[in-house]
Ligand binder design. Structure first.
Ligand code: NAD
Length: 704
């Protein structure tokens, strides 16, 4: 078990990163961006997307040039760590102060939100967030609001107010929990007025506000206050085992990952009911300390405290009380199904208990966070980034529970308060405004030969439609290059690369385990890794014959068998697409090994279609022909051979194939990728056992 305070992430002190030399060169607005980025750069100061900053600055009116007091305050959405100036809303303070006249009390708190756009200074389209009044009503030019784990640990302790007084005296005050909005803004205003010596305030179950006359002063107050909380908590944690000490032995790393890879697809299948989800697995020390601990059973049901946390994680996680290492596949599914069903029923109970007459309808009842003693934490969401971030937020919640329960007694937010935030009409409106997901959002694809011409184009096409993609290839350097390019265009979260030789059973099995861990499972397999070879029959060596059979027939068998197993475990169907060849249908002279192996692929796809149909697993074939651009098959010797056969220069081959086609067109990797997308997506939901030729027309390849 890792050392208590280190693993909690609460013991390392922050250092001020303020660079006065740089700060002196910045305009007041850019200084606000600088200060915000410094705060957001350290997750111990604030969680992803959490917290906000503001500065009230003098600006000239664009029409008259007259001075106007303008509040620059982080707008709705975005993250402090990466915010730019366009992430801030701008409000004319004179107009903002008049909102008070329209405010008639807590019952109309949500209504005043619609008035903020009327206070906009300039033509700034950035919407003001619901935290705007918390900044606007504090009578200081610069205000920071952050969610540090160390502060929330105090804010979520039953005696948080007394602890705050003990650590900070009159410097930092305490306000009890209240949902963010105009009323909380008024409470802050009163506090600042009544406590002129205070430099900040801790909000119960929520976070920290600090203020100052200068930007540097505000930033350094935030850092100093967090450090004092960290120091105090470390002193109180010292010598105590985390979460009451271990109750369950953690599995060794290799066994943990193997168990997680086994659990992932089953869990993903169950929680994807209604909508495909992507998974994320985390077994860092802070997580393992919690999931293996004695206090897990008592703490997890109390739920997370900070609203930022549970909006991402749901109020409570699902704790799987199983010995995952001992269950075999047969027992696992019913056990997990039962646990998920119980969670859903529990969540429905919470909704029914807390709903108000105008509450939005119940949302997805499945767990977001699943904790497995001895193994780690699984999180699920509609896309990978959201699943990963939900996991990060739950780690924040773990740190909070650890600090609070070491120093005092942890208290979650009362259920009704949590519900009112989760089903807040303003939150619902935000959800309704979210753009509709792309067709493959939540789906996971694996492309073999993903570093090659057709494979890479296919990976790009599927990523473009929202899928997460695992590319694999035997050529490690080409694979790295392809990965770098895809990460650049589509982000780290949705791309994984695994080196593999599709002819090697062991590495293929490992590949699917890695895929299950990377994203949670598999929905789409594109079996594409291949080679080309040519030789007259008499000159075809057994070695050449075997190489074609190994890569094109056995390789396709091995990857589709593992994909089939994984898809069955998930129990949510799937699509298998084989990239075969025109030569699978039409024999060509001097290519017996290649043509025979490619024909085997088609027959294997038909077998998969037959056996897969009862499980909703479809299998279809795309037959390319003469895809020269981007294909590495067509580099070097093969191109020279083909050019020789047609008696033309290698560079003239494109023209030869164009003229040979019925439509007089060349075929490109993107054309093959388009056909793959059709079979991979629901566009072809009612097609299995089919063949689609993408060859610009070749009469001998007409299927019949
Ligand atoms: P490519 O050479 O650009 O890509 C194939 C990829 O498969 C390469 O990156 C290669 O490293 C990888 N690979 C080879 N052996 C492997 C193994 N044992 N394990 C893992 N990866 C391996 O070629 P391409 O044109 O993109 O071909 C893709 C598929 O399309 C192949 O199956 C090929 O037979 C088929 N095809 C291509 C054409 C064409 O004209 N390009 C025509 C018909 C069929």
């Amino acid at each position: 078990m890792a050392d208590h305070a280190i693993a909690s992430g609460l013991s390392r002190l922050l250092t001020s990163s303020w660079d006065e030399g740089l700060a002196e060169t910045l305009s007041p607005q850019d200084l606000l961006v600088y200060r915000s980025n410094l705060l957001g750069a350290d997750k111990r100061i604030t969680n992803f997307g959490g917290g906000n900053t503001s500065s009230k600055l003098g600006m000239p009116d664009p029409l008259t040039g007259a001075p106007v007091e303008v509040m620059w305050v982080k707008g709705s959405g975005g993250d402090l760590g990466s915010i730019r100036l366009d992430g801030f809303a701008t409000l004319d303070m004179a107009r903002f102060r008049s909102v008070r006249q329209a405010y008639a009390g807590p019952d109309m708190e949500d209504d005043v939100v619609a008035l903020y756009p009327h206070c906009t200074f300039g033509l700034n389209p950035r919407a003001a967030s619901i935290d705007t009044p918390l900044h606007g009503l504090i009578d200081y030019p610069h205000v920071d609001h952050v969610h540090p784990d160390a502060i929330i640990a105090i804010a979520a302790s039953v005696d948080g107010e007394a602890i705050t007084r003990e650590i900070f005296g009159d410097e930092i005050g305490w306000l009890p929990w209240r949902r963010p909005g105009f009323e909380l803004g008024l409470m802050l205003e009163r506090f600042v007025r009544d406590n002129p010596g205070a430099r900040g305030v801790i909000l119960g179950s929520h976070g920290l506000f600090t203020w100052a006359h200068t930007q540097r002063g505000c930033y350094e107050t935030t850092v100093e206050v967090i450090n004092r909380a960290i120091t105090w908590l470390a002193e109180h944690e010292a010598g105590k085992p985390a979460f009451g000490g271990p109750a369950v032995e953690m599995l060794a790393p290799k066994q943990r990952r193997a168990t997680a890879a086994r659990l992932m697809p089953i869990l993903r299948g169950l929680v994807s009911e209604g909508r495909a989800k992507v998974g994320h697995f985390d077994d860092q020390a802070a997580v393992l300390d919690f999931v293996c601990s004695r206090d897990l059973a008592a703490l997890a049901p109390l739920g997370t405290s900070c609203p930022d946390h549970f909006l991402r994680t749901k109020i409570r996680p699902l704790v799987l009380e199983i010995d995952a290492s001992r269950l075999d596949g047969e027992d696992l599914l019913p056990t997990l199904r039962q646990a998920i069903a119980a969670y859903r029923a529990d969540y429905l109970g919470y909704y029914e208990r807390c709903r108000r007459p105008d509450s939005p309808p119940v949302r997805d009842t499945n767990p977001v966070v699943i904790l497995v003693p001895g193994v780690g934490m699984f999180t699920f969401a509609a896309d990978k980034a959201t699943a990963r971030i939900a996991g990060e937020f739950y780690v924040n919640a773990i740190n909070v529970m650890r600090g609070a329960s070491a120093a005092s007694t942890y208290a979650g937010l009362p259920e009704q308060e949590a519900f009112d935030i989760e089903y807040w009409l303003l939150e619902e409106a935000k959800l309704q405004r979210l753009p509709k997901g792309k067709p493959l959002e939540g789906r996971i694809a694996l492309v073999t030969g993903g570093a090659g011409g057709i494979g890479l184009a296919t990976a790009r096409r599927l990523l473009g439609e929202g899928a997460c993609v695992v590319i694999c290839d035997i050529d490690r350097s080409a694979l790295r290059e392809a990965e770098t390019a895809l990460v650049k265009s589509h982000g780290r979260d949705r791309v994984a690369a695994v080196p593999v030789d599709v002819t090697d059973e062991r590495t293929v099995i490992t590949l699917f385990g890695e895929a299950a861990l990377a994203f949670g499972g598999l929905d789409i397999l594109v079996s594409n890794a291949g080679i080309a070879s040519a030789a007259p029959l008499e000159d075809t060596s057994l070695e050449l014959w075997q190489r074609n059979i190994d890569i094109l027939a056995t390789g396709y068998f091995l990857v589709s068998r593992e994909a089939f197993r994984l898809m069955k475990a998930q129990a949510r169907g799937g699509s298998i697409v084989f990239i075969a060849s025109k030569n699978a249908l039409v024999a060509s002279p001097n290519a017996s090994a290649y043509c025979t192996a490619k024909a085997a692929e088609i027959q294997l796809a038909r077998c998969l279609a037959l056996e897969g149909a009862p499980h909703g697993i479809r299998a279809n074939v795309v037959n390319p022909d003469a895809v020269l651009r981007g294909s590495r098959i067509w580099e070097g010797e093969w191109r020279a051979q083909r050019a020789g056969a047609y008696n033309v220069a290698p560079d003239d081959l494109d023209e030869v194939y164009r003229q040979r086609s019925m439509l007089k067109l060349n075929v490109f990797p993107e054309d093959i990728a388009e056909a793959v997308y059709f079979f991979a997506s629901d566009l072809s939901a009612k097609s299995t056992g089919n063949i689609l030729n993408v060859d610009a027309g070749h009469a001998p390849a007409f299927t019949r």
